[in-house]
Design a protein around this ligand. Structure first.
Ligand SMILES: [Zn+2]
Length: 66
């Protein structure tokens, strides 16, 4: 039987522009990206959090925590 360890997967967060609300992309929390609509730099510090996605490494399944 396989044991699942916490932290063995990849955690991704949805980057949403805090200024115009545009959904940019799913990425690691350490990422930062530039909103193509209003030019705001969105980082894990100022992004608008809507969802967090956990991607287990041993599975193709994606688990969405809304
Ligand atoms: Zn924007």
């Amino acid at each position: 039987m396989k044991k699942k360890k916490f932290g063995s997967g990849l955690l991704q967060v949805e980057f949403v522009c805090p200024k115009c609300g545009k959904k940019l992309a799913w990425a690691l929390p350490t990422s930062e990206m530039n909103c193509p609509k209003c030019g705001t730099w969105v980082t894990s510090r100022n992004r608008k959090v809507e969802n967090t996605l956990y991607l287990p490494l041993d599975s193709d399944q994606m688990v969405l925590f809304a």
